[in-house]
Design a protein around this ligand. Sequence first.
Ligand SMILES: Cc1cc2nc3c(=O)[nH]c(=O)nc-3n(C[C@H](O)[C@H](O)[C@H](O)COP(=O)(O)OP(=O)(O)OC[C@H]3O[C@@H](n4cnc5c(N)ncnc54)[C@H](O)[C@@H]3O)c2cc1C
Length: 376
Amino acid sequence: MVSFENTEIAFRDKSGNKLRKAYWLFRMVGSPLLVKTGSGLLKAALWMRLPVNWALKPTVFSHFCGGETIADCQPTIRQLGESNVLTILDYSAEGKSREEDFDHTRDQILATIDKAAEERHIPYAVFKPTGMASFELLAKVQSGAALNAAEEKAFERAKSRFDRVCAYGVSKGVPVMIDSEESWIQDVADGIVEEMMFRYNAEGPMIFNTLQMYRHDRLAYLEDFFRRARKKGIYAAFKLVRGAYMEKERERAARMNYPSPIYPDKDATDKAFDDAAELCVRNLDAGAVCVGTHNEHSCTRVVELMKQLDIAPGHKDVSFAQLLGMSDHISYNLANGGYQVCKYVPYGPVRTVVPYLIRRAEENTSVAGRLPGSCT
Ligand SMILES: Cc1cc2nc3c(=O)[nH]c(=O)nc-3n(C[C@H](O)[C@H](O)[C@H](O)COP(=O)(O)OP(=O)(O)OC[C@H]3O[C@@H](n4cnc5c(N)ncnc54)[C@H](O)[C@@H]3O)c2cc1C
């Protein structure tokens, strides 16, 4: 059985300097007050167009990101690969709203597919729905409000960006994962991703949707999808995560007076996540799963289930994924046990990666015992 206690395996490719830096970084993001103040100052600095690279690049950016370009990420890809940890290049420019930005993001994702096709340590490509279309447009489509002619065209362009990326991934033999976002745009994103899955998953699991298991409707969605996929003879491929927008979701539901889509407590989310993982692992004849979590218990459950069902650790249709700079003790120990493990390696211009970095800092205020720092 894999143990996550082995810190020698987890941190053997990190220098003392790097570990010390990580220790201080996590000490800092461990303070909710500091993170709140720092995030506020950062957002203000960006708004005022003040330079931020000098402060971010040597600190949080270098810890959580591979660099500003695909080429910058090469040393990270190599270093992870030496420990059999695979890379998913994640172009993390967020909050864009112009058509040329969406075209640029699409082109970046196509470039990550090219990179994956030539690099054995990169098994998947990934993108976010709001990398291909404006948040406001997706929200408007989901709200059911009528689109004007320009919006109709923009929506058509967005769908064709999804299709271009998915078709290119399939042509290069690189499966594509699509991240999930806020529930008030997610139905529209799911609709487009489902279309891609039904179009491209006949021969194998090439297009993965992401399910946020903090949503109380996702387990039923997953069960229903498997039924529909089996009927149509396509593969049901999913990345499972707990979900990153809990507070925003609850706050909006309370403000707009509709029932929160999120489970009332963490235990319920944990159970749904583990049930979804089990359902996927028990249905590998018709699907594939990427278990995206830093939760040791959830990883252990999947490992145990695979053993119980006699599924080889390196089975091509079960992978685990963590974010770069987090939970190396899980990634490296799973990889050492022969499991397929990936790290999301975000990259992009420093300013555009800030929303991602703020989410990581906020997430890590509540993280304990998972970091290099906690082991030194
Ligand atoms: C490889 C990878 C890809 C990811 N992709 C996405 C993505 O596409 N979309 C996305 O939204 N997120 C994504 N995430 C982030 C993910 O959703 C979680 O925010 C993050 O991983 C923390 O959850 P955990 O399972 O790792 O850890 P844990 O610490 O076990 O769980 C924390 C999570 O539990 C849930 N939770 C916490 N408290 C409560 C509560 N009181 N009630 C109900 N639920 C609660 C929340 O979702 C919280 O984020 C990704 C994460 C990884 C590792």
